[in-house]
Design a protein around this ligand. Structure first.
Ligand code: SF4
Length: 230
């Protein structure tokens, strides 16, 4: 199969701004976007930069946008005429975006203290929000992160995952209020783009808000509503 498609290219050391390049490559029937990117490197331009690892939808490292929608490049079928661009995050080079600072923030979430075994009931409760692969699609599309101090959808998911674990007894609702729990607008965009279909608004954010309301928490003690919005 021969397909022609575009890629948004950007090398901050050479280019003043991102630009679109068109490539025509030979790929096998049923090729994925990742196969098409490999084909560009092999057949047209070895300097194309992108990330990948497992190639089977389990590691989250190959997320890009196709026609402006976030997808895992290893799972999404390539097609003639597609437009591939980086996630809507700061670009390091071509399709590689800056992930380190966000993943460090995620790692900085107050850890849970776990000892003993997780009960079957708790395991079942956690299951719907457990399978995040840290692809950052939700983070890249979240409008609340763009305008306010908000730790982001998958940080809220992680907090709820720990909150549902009875072995940790920290007040997770209070922590998330300080991380912007009430700045989320429940637009559902994170659910729309999540390759693992994790319902963060309903299964994490609304549940954390219920707990926060029961505890009489609304906005961070040190902030006014006006201060929460940059
Ligand atoms: Fe990706 Fe979904 Fe995890 Fe967000 S919650 S980082 S979209 S897998």
């Amino acid at each position: 199969n021969t397909i022609t498609f575009t890629i948004e290219r950007f090398d901050p050391e050479k280019d003043p701004a991102p630009h679109i390049e068109t490539y025509t490559v030979d790929v096998n029937e049923g090729a994925r976007v990742l196969d098409a990117l490999h084909a560009v490197r092999e057949q047209c331009d070895p300097s194309l930069a992108y990330r990948y690892c497992c190639g089977s939808g389990q590691c989250g490292s190959c997320s890009v946008r196709v026609n402006n929608e976030p997808v895992l490049a290893c799972m999404h079928e390539a097609y003639d005429g597609m437009a591939v661009s980086p996630l809507n995050l700061p670009v390091e080079r071509d399709l590689m975006v800056e992930m380190k600072s966000y993943l460090q923030d995620l790692a900085g979430i107050t850890p849970g203290i776990f000892s003993g075994y997780l009960t079957m009931e708790a395991n079942e409760a956690i299951r719907p929000i457990r399978d995040c692969i840290e692809c950052l699609a939700c983070v890249s599309e979240c409008p609340a992160i763009a305008v306010a101090d908000f730790a982001g959808p998958t940080a809220m998911r992680q907090e709820m995952r720990i909150a549902l674990d009875p072995r940790d007894d920290r007040d997770r609702a209070a922590l998330t209020v300080d991380e912007g729990l009430f700045t989320c607008t429940t637009c559902q965009r994170c659910l729309e783009v999540c390759p693992k279909h994790i319902a963060i608004p309903g299964k994490a954010i609304e549940k954390l808000r219920e707990i926060a309301h029961r505890e009489g928490l609304t906005i961070p003690k040190h902030q006014t509503v006006a201060e929460m919005v940059r």
